[in-house]
Ligand binder design. Structure first.
Ligand SMILES: NCc1[nH]cc(CCC(=O)O)c1CC(=O)O
Length: 290
């Protein structure tokens, strides 16, 4: 009998996401044995620094990539927004989930908070857009979602900003106090989409029920935009693609920190031109910010 070993980070959200993939495999063929293998990544261990200071997104995938390479696991499950822009062709992404709510949300402490405390958020992308909305007392916040909620409920912050997707998957939707529209806070590229990665040559037909072609198209557009802006590693960048009838729409936010310029743009096109749209929007915004 076939056994599929599924690699995941060990955070509560990561395990729920891996379980969604496992359920889809079981639904495809209940005879397939599926085993969950969890591990801590460097990104989970170093919590006192913001990600861009310690080497970026690669830190969440290094150990999982290694397990794929050495055969410890057969597939790995990631939040697509946490995956680096360069993906080794030996370790291809072979399936993407349907997109969960892409918006960012405000969470308040369980007990009435202290209004003098800062608003916590974990990325420059959020910080910059919150400032533009008039919030000014903002402090960085790291750790996995459960850790962040604990810091909030311990009274360190007056509120925190998180992705709706993670909160909903954790079953904590009732904690959401306010949804920001994607115009107010443009999401990170691929926010709300789960990616499954494997080793080249693996037969992953068992993921057929999991994959969404629509997610592939919107994520191609968003990631092409970010990649064309040098990966968005240190500068804040946001991208959100969606369908309007049959047309693909891509919105992007580009920030030139040196010049203190932030600009947004929009591009319309066809699904098959997703990548081209990303590159073209990036070029246009970069040009405008010069
Ligand atoms: N950077 C952490 C991270 N990676 C993915 C999600 C949420 C789930 C998703 O976007 O699919 C989160 C938490 C957050 O940003 O609030």
């Amino acid at each position: 009998m076939k056994t599929v070993r599924v690699g995941s980070r060990d955070s509560g959200l990561a395990v729920i996401q891996a379980q969604m993939v496992i359920d889809a495999i079981k639904k495809y063929d209940s005879n397939i044995e599926v085993e969950l293998v969890t591990m801590k990544t460097t990104g989970d261990r170093i919590l006192d620094k913001t990600l861009d200071k310690i080497g970026g997104k690669g830190l969440f995938v290094k150990e999982l990539d290694e397990a794929l390479r050495n055969g410890g696991v057969d597939i790995t499950v990631h939040s697509y927004k946490d995956m680096p822009m360069e993906i080794n062709s030996e370790l291809p992404v072979v399936a993407l989930s349907e997109r969960e709510d892409e918006r960012d949300v405000l969470i308040l402490p369980v007990k009435q908070g202290d209004k003098s405390k800062p608003l916590g958020c974990s990325s420059k992308r959020r910080m910059l857009q919150l400032k533009a909305l008039g919030f000014d007392n903002i402090e960085p916040l790291r750790g996995n979602v459960i850790t962040r909620l604990k810091k909030l409920d311990d009274g360190e912050y007056c509120g925190i900003i998180l992705a709706a997707a993670g909160i909903k998957r954790l079953g904590l939707e009732n904690r959401i106090s306010r949804y920001f529209t994607t115009e107010e806070i443009m999401p990170a590229a691929c926010q709300g989409i789960i990616a499954v990665q494997t080793r080249k040559g693996e037969d992953t037909r068992y993921l057929a029920n999991f994959h969404s072609e629509r997610s592939k198209i919107v994520s191609d557009a968003e990631r092409a935009f970010v990649a064309a802006l040098d990966g968005g590693c240190s500068s804040p960048v946001a991208a959100y693609a969606y369908f309007e009838n049959d047309k693909l729409v891509l919105r992007g936010l580009y920030v030139n920190e040196e010049k203190n310029i932030a600009i947004k743009g929009i591009e319309y096109g066809r699904a098959e031109d997703a990548v081209k749209m990303g590159i073209s929007l990036a070029k246009r915004l970069k040009g405008e910010a010069c």
